[in-house]
Design a protein around this ligand. Sequence first.
Ligand code: APR
Length: 176
Amino acid sequence: MSTTLTLIQGDITEQTVDAVVNAANSSLLGGGGVDGAIHRRGGPDILDACRALRAGHYGRGLPTGQAVATTAGRLPARWVIHTVGPVHSSTEDRSALLASCYTESLRAAAQLGARTVAFPAISTGVYRWPLADAARTAVATVRAALATTPDAFDEIRFVVFDDRARTAYEAALAED
Ligand code: APR
């Protein structure tokens, strides 16, 4: 059975899935938006795991476009996959880095054996990426990744926080 793509408007910390993707920053030590909500609701175990990553392989932080998994702490999930989106630039096309957040997060999820994955609208908040373009990149990148492994997951869930984002993702999902 091929993977279902779903769209939900709500709080990503309330999603009962195997893996929740966090719109983190390179420090992996928390922040606002999705990052703040995940650490607040997930509890200190997530930050402890992130600190261990910084003390080990990610001594210089998680590079933009890469992804790494930790425990999900008290979230209704098994793992958090932290990924660092690019800050939007009007002079430099960083689309490949945004796409990489999705492909690398899916790679990490598959390695964990996660069957359901929830993504926020990466880079569309503090990192100011225009919603329409971010939604198109998210949907096109996930669809392309699944085209090669159609049964890699049961569900990939896009979780948006407001009406504007929902409209953008609905439009992106309606495109072929
Ligand atoms: N659930 C789902 N979506 C949310 C939630 C939530 N609880 N909170 C915010 N969002 C939405 C925002 O409305 C936005 O559309 O997630 C999208 C991403 O916004 P940010 O969380 O600001 O992430 P990003 O733009 O990638 O910026 C990352 O912000 O929080 C800091 O530490 C983080 O430095 C990093 C930067």
